[in-house]
Write a protein that binds this ligand. Structure first.
Ligand SMILES: Cc1ncc(COP(=O)(O)O)c(C=O)c1O
Length: 399
């Protein structure tokens, strides 16, 4: 179903390319029958939450997978980040990229810690370590790196800076489940790493997350804080919160774990189909994965180069949306452009030139187990059509 003329674009009133909306991050779902069996077991046991057997099994399996001493599952990654910040006694200011999901910044601010936004490396989309040191003040207590799209930050250089200035180093690994850095599973780096198991993530537990660490004392503190600060039946030692994961979520995690290879293989096939379909389209660059590492290929990210593309990113997104392709502009417009940070730091954009550029260029395309290669072929052909006919489309819109 190739479009022959711009009159056939849904933006101009034609029927959309897809009858159903194609999403970024439609959930990956493992073996349903097994899941139902787990749920029946859970009902038979009448143990629904509070460190149940599924939670314990999931934690043990995750710790093995990540090669870490402790994996502590939490109700979601935002609360996991908050608990990590509090357990590490982060205060004052913490340096992190603005090019991240707003939860990375909010989790700090929620603890009364000021997020200080650092620019990103346009090549990797991750925090630019060369720009960190000039943001360090006497109030700085930590660095929060984010492994954007599952591609690891420059961990070694972040570590050097953290050690030199006596700062805590944590990673928001929300995107990086099953990914490696120099052959080592993400999970064991820094003081702690935080994963998200939200429904849209590669590995999901409906809602959920986890903190991975090799630090025994920190793990013990986090376990207490996850459960209101309790250390025994009647003894509370810290301010805690309710960060517990339910047994239903842990059961979902256990079946998802069994399907990891299948999810990766589908995502990789999709990635290769996009690589082929999008090559040689002027102004469109697909963000690549390092094939020497393990990747989950959960994010299909394109950069639209405003200098060489015939249409800008926002117009491409508008045309795709009309065709029922729900491409997303993550992390537009950047945390520093969202409240309360926009009001706190009205001039931050001047110091984040690469972030500002990136937030205007990046677009995520649908992938995952719900999107087939045929659909991808159609999406790529449509993008190529948009670029070829860019000037005509622009003229039609202007008139
Ligand atoms: C980079 C990043 N950090 C944190 C989060 C928050 O995770 P959660 O939804 O599990 O709280 C997300 C996604 O939702 C994310 O993409």
């Amino acid at each position: 179903m190739d479009k022959m003329s711009i009159n056939e674009l849904a933006l101009f009133g034609a029927p959309p390319l897809f009858n159903e909306v194609l999403h970024v991050g439609r959930p990956n779902i493992g073996n349903r029958e097994k899941f139902m069996n787990y749920i029946n077991d859970m009902f038979d046991r009448r143990w629904l939450s509070n460190n149940g057997p599924f939670v314990q099994e999931l934690e043990q399996k995750l710790a093995e997978l990540w090669g870490v001493k402790h994996s502590i599952v939490i109700c979601n990654a935002t609360v996991a980040l908050e608990i990590t910040a509090r357990a590490l006694d982060l205060k004052g200011e913490v340096i992190l990229p603005s090019f991240t999901f707003i939860a990375s910044a909010h989790a700090l601010q929620w603890q009364g810690v000021t997020p200080v936004f650092c620019d990103v490396d346009p090549g990797t989309h991750n925090i630019d370590y060369t720009k960190i040191e000039k943001l360090i003040t006497p109030r700085t207590t930590g660095i929060l790196g984010v492994h954007v799209w599952g591609r690891a930050c420059d961990i070694e250089n972040l570590d050097i800076i953290a050690q030199k200035h006596n700062l805590k180093l944590i990673f928001d690994a929300a995107h990086a489940f099953g990914c490696t850095h120099q052959g080592q599973m993400i999970g064991g780096f820094g003081d702690a790493e935080v994963f998200s198991f939200h429904a849209t993530k590669f590995f999901n537990t409906f809602e959920g997350g986890a903190i991975a660490t090799n630090n025994d004392a920190l793990a013990e503190k986090i376990r207490g804080m996850r459960n209101f600060g309790f250390v025994g039946l009647d003894d509370v030692r810290d301010i805690g919160t309710n960060g517990k994961m339910s047994e239903v979520s842990a059961a979902m995690g256990l079946i998802s774990l069994e399907s990891l290879d299948e999810f990766i293989s589908i995502n990789r096939k999709n990635f290769l189909a996009y690589s082929k379909g999008l090559e040689n389209i002027p102004g469109i660059r697909l963000v690549k994965y390092n094939e020497k590492e393990k990747n989950n290929y959960q994010y299909i990210v394109i950069e639209v180069d405003e200098n060489t593309s015939t249409v800008n990113r926002d117009l491409i997104a508008r045309i795709l949306h009309a065709e029922n392709i729900l491409a997303r502009r993550y992390f537009y417009p950047g945390c520093h452009q969202m409240e309360p940070y926009r009001s706190y730091f009205p001039n931050a954009g001047r110091f984040l030139p690469e972030t500002e550029k990136l937030t205007q260029r990046v677009l995520q395309l649908p992938t995952g187990t719900a999107v087939g290669e045929e659909n991808i072929d159609l999406i790529c052909k449509l993008i190529s059509f948009i670029i070829v006919n860019g000037p005509e489309i622009q003229a039609r819109i202007s008139s």
